[in-house]
Design a protein around this ligand. Structure first.
Ligand SMILES: [Zn+2]
Length: 223
């Protein structure tokens, strides 16, 4: 499965007809947040493939279209926050937002709030492990995990609960944004246990092989 992953910054060639030739073979789009909805809608309409996204801390709670309609996310996109879904043979889940640094703002969470969101995902991930042979393939987040690709300041601090989720459920990938990368030498890919943590800023095209999983014998079938 080829995935176009985007985050935090509009990339000019992606927001142009060039996307049709340079990203013609991608199967799915993952949005890691802090992007205008018109940009994500452009990618959906040009590539005609599904978009799964989470909100970033700078996302507008509401945007207004030229026709006067109010929208709360990119039209045609699937909000992955707090959900576990399947696409192209991959189990995907999402967790929106950053650490809370202001009193107001829907897409900011305290550590405790993010722990609760992670715990709420756990039963679905356990069911996947039992019935699908693994808990999760790809976790889409805006914020990085604590201590991996995160910044020194509070606003860009990662979440400890993401480390726990990776410890327990071993997703193959955690893709995130939020931390902007300005130096080519900066590390953006880190292996944490069984999980490749990948800072997407501002975009990456990932080729993720679909793996075959053998279910426990009691389940009786191989997928
Ligand atoms: Zn952010």
């Amino acid at each position: 499965m080829k995935a176009l992953c985007v985050s935090d910054k509009v990339v000019s060639w992606l927001y142009s007809p060039a996307v049709l030739t340079k990203a013609h073979d991608v199967d799915v789009i993952f949005g890691c947040g802090d992007l205008p909805y018109y940009y994500l809608e452009y990618l959906i309409s040009m590539l005609n493939i599904p978009l799964f996204y989470v909100h970033g801390n700078h996302d507008a709670e509401k945007e207004y279209t030229p026709a006067g309609d109010t929208i709360t996310g990119p039209g045609g996109g699937i909000n992955l926050d707090g959900r576990v879904l399947e696409t192209n043979g991959m189990l995907v889940a999402g967790l929106q937002g950053s650490i809370r640094y202001k009193l107001e703002g829907s897409f900011q969470h305290t550590d405790l709030e993010m722990w609760m969101k992670v715990y709420r995902l756990a039963p679905k991930l356990l069911m996947n492990r039992i019935f699908k042979g693994r808990a999760l393939d790809i976790l889409v987040t805006h914020s990085p995990p604590l201590g991996i690709h995160n910044g020194a300041d509070h606003v860009h601090r990662g979440f400890k609960s993401f480390l726990w989720l990776m410890d327990k459920f071993k997703p193959r990938y955690l893709i995130h944004g939020h931390h902007h990368v300005y130096r080519r030498s900066e590390q953006t890919v880190t292996l944490y246990n069984d999980t490749i943590v990948n800072n997407i800023y501002p975009y990456k095209i990932l080729d993720i092989p679909v793996q075959r999983y053998r279910l426990p014998q009691s389940a009786g079938v191989e997928k």
